[in-house]
Design a protein around this ligand. Structure first.
Ligand code: 8YV
Length: 307
């Protein structure tokens, strides 16, 4: 970026506060935020006339008030595709860790508590032969489906609309328009939909209560798609056997009860956290900015939307 643009970098990696962000949008032609920056209507209202673009470092854009950015005529881009496989890997890791008690087992060793193998100790659940319900069958949901199929799981999904038949055939994926019906049927549930006002608490206390007894829930999308307090209660009561969470409703805060539960496998938003993925995300940001300021349409344009 330094080679191509006149850049101001946040070298400390500490999220900029509202004041620093306001100063940035009054100076910069292009803002490059991450998931930790709240780009709300109030901030966008403070932007100077020179601000023309928000080139997000990340795929999800729920931290940006898109209608406000659109009304202000801003171009918004993101970094899709390059983090699909890494995020799907984390979904599998969470499913495996939750089902096979990986973290609990590791903790026993670290605490010096391994006294030798015995037949009925630390028995988990097999993935093979189980039903996986995927909520949101976009790029990441499909990548999870591919992986889960290789583990011998039956793939079910809920989405706004069915994916094309040849793709569904390739993935062996069964469509459920009715989310509740899918939840009642699934041994594992993976959340892979975007966070929008419509998906906030999609997994409400009531819906969590409809999950199959003993089911395992993983979330690599956004925390607030699940009612986190209700999930903590369900895990404590054992109505949901285990959860694997890479994202949290009030990130970086985690519901205190989750921190005490062995059946909650918790990761600090590692979805895209590979060196390769982060480099490719950065390259996408640069390509989007350069293309736009060279007067072409950025490849990963979110706004203005195509319709
Ligand atoms: C990113 C993510 O690393 O891309 C996303 O939507 O959730 C993350 O994995 C993060 O958004 C960076 O801003």
């Amino acid at each position: 970026m330094r080679a191509l643009f006149d850049v101001e970098l946040n070298e400390s990696d500490v999220p900029m506060d509202a004041e620093a962000l306001a100063a940035a949008v009054q100076r910069a032609d292009c803002l490059v935020p991450t998931v930790t920056d709240r780009i709300d209507a109030a901030l966008i209202a403070k932007a100077g006339p020179q601000l023309r673009m928000i080139a997000n470092f990340g795929a999800g854009t729920d931290h940006i008030d898109l209608p406000a950015a659109d009304a202000r005529g801003l171009v918004v881009s993101n970094t899709p595709n390059v983090l699909t496989d890494d995020t799907a890997d984390i979904a599998m890791l969470l499913m495996l860790a939750a089902a096979r008690l990986a973290i609990e087992g590791s903790d026993v060793l670290h605490a010096g508590g391994f006294k030798g193998w015995h037949p009925t100790w630390m028995m988990g659940t097999r993935l093979g032969g189980k039903t996986l319900g995927i909520i949101g069958m976009g790029r990441i949901g499909q990548a999870v489906a591919r992986r889960a199929r290789a583990f011998g799981m039956a793939i079910h999904y809920h989405n706004r609309k069915p994916i094309p038949a040849p793709l569904a055939g390739e993935l062996g994926a069964h469509y459920w328009e009715d989310l509740d019906g899918m939840l009642a049927r699934s041994d594992f549930v993976s959340v892979n939909c975007p966070y929008t006002p419509g998906t906030r608490h999609l997994l409400s206390a009531e819906r969590l209560g409809r999950m199959k007894p003993g089911a395992i829930l993983v979330n690599t999308a956004r925390g607030a798609i699940i009612d986190e307090a209700a999930l903590a209660d369900a895990l404590e009561a054992g109505t949901i056997a285990a959860a694997g969470l890479d994202v949290f409703e009030f990130e970086p805060k985690v519901h205190p009860k989750l921190l005490t539960l062995k059946n909650a496998v918790l990761l600090p938003h590692l979805g895209s956290g590979t060196i390769e993925g982060r480099v490719e995300m950065g390259e996408k940001v640069i390509i989007n900015i350069k293309t736009f300021f060279d007067h072409h349409r950025p490849p990963d344009r979110v706004l203005p939307s195509l319709g």
